[in-house]
Structure formats: C-alpha cells, structure tokens
Design a protein around this ligand. Structure first.
Ligand code: ADP
Length: 392
C-alpha cells in the first residue's frame, strides 16, 4: 500500500512516498520557494536526485505537480493507488493526543489554532486542502507535533499564573517536535527490549528541544508556550524573561511585532555570533578563533546541559540520553561539549566512538552513569506509520 508523508511549511512542501507496511521509501523530495521567485523542486528516487525549476504560485501547484510526477516516475499508475496521506501538523492544542483522520472538525481546530502557531498551522492546512483537491479518495491523517507530549502531568505543563488564564485562554506549556521524540522513544524501546523506558531525548537542529520520557511517555520538555522557548535555536532566542519585550520596546522604540520578530528571526546562534544560524558555520568560526562564535556555542551548549540536568532529576533512573536532529546526529563537537558538561554527573564520553555522523551508536564509555546514543530520527516514517494504522 502506498502512503505519502507530507510536511508543508510556509514556502516549502516535503514529501516521502512509502510502501507500507514494509516502510520502503519509494520516492522523496521537496518543493521550495513556493510563492517566491526562483521556485523549484527536487525529487530523490533510485539513488538519484533530480532538480527542476518551475513556477510554484501556491501549495496547490506543488501538489498538482507532485501527483503528475508520481505517475511519470511510475510510482503509481493511477492516483487511486495512494491509500493514505499523512500530514504533519505542528499545533493541535490540547485536543489531540493521537493522530486522527482529518474531517471538518479537525481542519476547524487547526484553523482555530492559527494564532498559537502562525508560521506553521496555516501552511499545514494549505497542504491538507491541496491534497483534498487532488487525491480526495486517500485517507487524510493529521499527525500532531503536540500529540506525544500530551501525557505531561499538570504540574509540568501549567504555569503559576491565574488558573483562569489556562481555562479561558489555553495558557499552558505545549511542546513541539513530538513526532521526532516519539520516533526516538519507540526506537529505544525496541533496542532496550522494554516498553517502560526512561530517557532524555535531545532533538538538536535549527529548532531544538529536549524531552524527558518516563515509562515510555513524555513527562516534561524544554518547550514552553510558543515555538520560541526553551533551548537556543538557529535564529530564535529560546527562554527569555517576559519583561525583556516591554523593556526593549521602551528603550529602542521598536514595536512589539519588531521585538518579537527579532527574538524569533535574528537571535539564537545568529544573533549572538553575528555570523550565521547554521551550526556548521559556527564550528568554522570557532576553528578560526571567532570570539562571538565561541560565545554562541557556549550559550547553546550551556542551555542544553542545564535542561538535561533539570529533566534528569525527577526521573531518578535514566536508561539513556539520545541525540538526534541535524546537530545532534552530525556535530561531533557539540555532542562532545554537552557530554563533557555532564561529567560532574558521571556521564563519560568515548571520544573515539563519538567520531561519527548520522548513525545509531553508543558514544559513552562502559562505566558512564548513563549511556548516550546517537539515534537518527525519522519523522516521515512516523507519520506514515500512524497513517497506515488509521486506514480501515
Ligand atoms: P530543522 O530543525 O530545520 O529540521 P535540521 O534538523 O535539519 O533542522 O538541522 C539543521 C542544523 O544541523 C543546522 O544548524 C546544520 O548546521 C546542522 N548540521 C547538519 N550537518 C552538520 C554537520 N555535519 N556538522 C554540524 N552541524 C550540522
């Protein structure tokens, strides 16, 4: 059975076609610069990468071309062979703990939550609507980034603000990247041969997040209310004192929108280094002795070490700390610095083992208080699995 796994962003649409239940990837690719000059798409199949430049005015254009290419490249003879389309949806509020077949109630909820995820939910919905038009017979499934962390207990997701703010306005901690953390958790459950795993899972990429997993379920996370919270990100500040916003508005004369935009798009690794949001550039800067790159990396690592320590304590016994995401899977330097930061808690790096990129591996010494692993994540297959489960 063929299932498409879709991740629609504001100007991009990523897709992977799976044969299920074998989970074999048949085709994958991405449409980029949708609605912007210079749009193009790339397709990967049979080990080859094909790039085509084409005008993409909307997500609908991208989906139309994708359906044509699926036939052109013989992935399907007829679109009716695609039985399911799974959509990554960033914000499901506290309404959806599990993936769900999309109907009007679901699309209404995604729309109602636009204000909580203004960069993501509108794009996710555009993707859903475009597929409804071109492959209406396929079962459409929403897989929520906020789903897996719904198991957090109240004391971990509530703020110490008037309780009515939670009741009336939904002011509480949400958490994103849930699809990736769920994948890592299931991978480790299989690897360790038990369901009730206790883990600390670190998804470190352009956006970064840490979860603690207790008995196989999300217990706490580094996220807070919005997607700009917790760890230092590529262009986002992560945690800040609320008062920073009105203070900078007053001092600088910037509007609230300008300050928030600066915290989202001009902060993080980029804001501190003044060089780049990309950790590879930061590493190059560090090698060249650039003081601001060294400082940006210190902030990035310190915040991670602090969150790991904070999330570790309530778990008592931790089976493993896992690293995933572009940085977690590939940055030898960052993993080394994080694990060295945890040395006072008895975590011991194996330098030689850590000298790898993008493969599942134990990277701590045998006597380490907690073993650390690189666990390459796969959000696409997670979306396809949930979609497959929901098809009658
Ligand atoms: P996103 O959050 O957008 O999904 P990714 O998980 O793809 O991001 O991660 C992007 C980050 O991973 C970038 O900062 C990039 O520099 C980093 N990265 C990718 N490859 C390497 C590498 N070989 N060494 C260090 N960092 C890397």
């Amino acid at each position: 059975m063929i299932i498409l796994s879709i991740n629609a962003g504001s100007s991009s649409l990523k897709f992977t076609g799976f044969d299920m239940p074998s989970e074999k990837v048949l085709i994958s690719g991405v449409f980029e610069r949708i609605g912007i000059d210079g749009s193009f798409y790339t397709i990967k199949l049979n080990g080859e990468k094909i790039k085509k430049e084409v005008e993409l005015k909307s997500h609908e254009d991208a989906v139309r071309i994708l359906t044509e290419e699926l036939v052109n490249y013989n992935i399907v003879k007829d679109l009716s062979e695609i039985k399911g389309v799974g959509h990554r949806v960033v914000h499901g509020g506290d309404k959806y703990a599990d993936s769900i077949v999309i109907d009007k109630n679901v699309t209404d909820t995604i729309r109602e939550l636009f204000h909580l995820a203004p960069l993501h939910n509108p794009a996710n919905l555009m993707g859903i609507e475009a597929f409804q038009e071109y492959i209406p017979e396929a079962t459409a499934v929403a897989v929520f980034d906020t789903g897996f962390p719904q198991s957090m207990p109240e004391e971990n997701y509530l703020y110490a603000v008037p309780y009515e703010w939670y009741e009336k306005y939904g002011v509480r901690r949400y958490a994103f990247h849930g699809i990736s953390h769920q994948y890592i958790t299931e991978y480790m459950q299989k690897f360790l041969g038990k369901e009730n795993v206790n883990l600390i899972t670190c998804h470190l990429g352009n956006g970064s997040t840490i979860y603690s997993i207790k008995d196989g379920k999300c217990f706490d996370t580094s996220w807070s209310f919005s997607t700009n919270s917790g760890l230092v990100m590529g262009t986002s500040s992560g945690d800040n004192d609320t008062i920073v916003v009105p203070y900078v508005m007053k001092e600088s004369g910037m509007s609230m929108e300008e300050v928030l935009n600066t915290l989202n798009k001009k902060s993080g690794l980029l804001g501190v280094s003044g060089v780049s949001s990309d950790s590879r550039d930061i590493e190059d800067g560090i090698k060249e002795g650039n003081e601001r790159c060294i400082l940006a990396q210190k902030l990035f690592v310190n915040r991670i070490v602090g969150y790991i320590a904070k999330l570790w304590c309530p778990l008592k016994k931790v089976d493993a700390i896992c690293f995933a995401g572009g940085i977690g899977e590939n940055s030898i330097m960052t993993r080394k610095q994080i694990i060295e930061g945890l040395s006072s808690l008895g975590v011991e790096l194996d330098e030689e083992a850590n000298n790898v990129r993008g493969e599942f591996k134990l990277i701590t010494k045998e006597g380490s208080k907690i073993p650390c692993y690189i666990v390459p994540t796969d959000e696409e297959v997670m979306i396809a699995r949930d979609t497959y489960k929901l098809i009658d």
